[in-house]
Design a protein around this ligand. Structure first.
Ligand code: ATR
Length: 263
């Protein structure tokens, strides 16, 4: 048996087990591979991961709050993971732990078109923002970063590139990406973020990494204005597909993963 898992704290809400189990079944690998959720606190993370190869695990996804710890304990890092400073995918190969980051590429694949040359506004300066900023800069977008705590966005831009913005002009961006937690607990995005519900424009792409059962207030407003929207589930699916392909070396069944992730 090749075991896989997602490690998080908490992890009960994760859609990854349903999504990956459906994908493994679709690929005819349901008997040889399995995918489970493992809740592990930060102080137990490293020991838990180091025990996994001996328990039949071939790899793992890593989610909040373990993405930097995953990078720190790995023997080998992909260049993407190293530059972003976070890993969401671990591969247990022989005696080594390899760390990769599929969040950046998964984000790019979720976009309806190329971001090259587009002006992009990123809201937030946490781990999710780092992957998005890194990916967009690599593709040649013009990146501006707003964060509630400006010192953090300044720090992020010094490290990765892009520039901070204090009062963004919403209508001037081709791409707007919310990487903050706003909306997760039912907060009003138009109260917490520098956006207005009626200031989105046709032709914009608006991405909200927050995911739940319903479209977020942010995406509802963007959609009503004729913008193209991308939700957090699509990004989850795309990053998960890349992880699954790394572990199994088989093309991931995206539609099956989408259907399972949406429940
Ligand atoms: P992640 O790794 O998922 O990006 P994080 O590092 O905890 O998580 O970052 C959360 C982001 O959401 C931060 O940019 C945070 O802003 P601060 O740096 O000012 O804390 C942002 N955030 C959380 N709650 C927010 C709120 N109510 N209004 C605006 N931004 C918020």
């Amino acid at each position: 048996m090749n075991r896989l898992a997602v490690l998080g704290y908490p992890v009960g809400h994760s859609r990854s087990p349903a999504m990956h189990s459906a994908a493994l079944a679709e690929l005819g690998l349901g008997e040889e591979w399995s995918y489970e959720a493992i809740e592990v606190a930060p102080d137990a993370f490293e020991a838990r991961v180091r025990a996994m190869p001996g328990e039949g695990f071939a790899g793992a996804n890593v989610t909040v709050p373990h993405k930097s710890a995953a990078l720190a304990l790995a023997d080998e890092l992909s260049e993407t993971a190293r530059e972003i400073g976070a890993a969401n995918t671990l591969v247990f190969a022989e005696a080594e732990i390899r760390a990769e980051n599929t969040d950046a590429e998964g984000f790019l694949r979720s976009l309806p078109g190329s971001p090259t040359g587009r002006r992009a506004l990123i809201l937030g300066a946490g781990g999710a923002a780092r992957a998005v900023v890194w990916a967009l800069l690599r593709e040649g977008a013009e990146v501006e970063v707003w964060n509630r705590t400006e010192l953090r966005s300044q720090h992020l831009c010094e490290e990765l590139g892009g520039r901070t913005v204090g009062a963004p002009e919403q209508g001037t961006y081709g791409l707007i990406v919310n990487t903050t937690a706003v909306g997760l607990g039912g907060e009003d995005p138009f109260a917490e973020l520098p956006l207005e519900a009626d200031a989105f424009a046709t032709g914009q792409t608006v991405v909200d990494m927050v995911y739940g059962g319903e479209p977020t207030a942010l995406l509802r407003a963007a959609d009503a204005a004729g913008a193209t929207t991308v939700d957090g589930i699509e990004i989850l699916v795309q990053q998960g597909a890349l992880s699954l392909e790394t572990w199994t070396t088989r093309p991931a069944p995206l539609d099956t993963m989408r259907a399972a992730a949406r429940g």
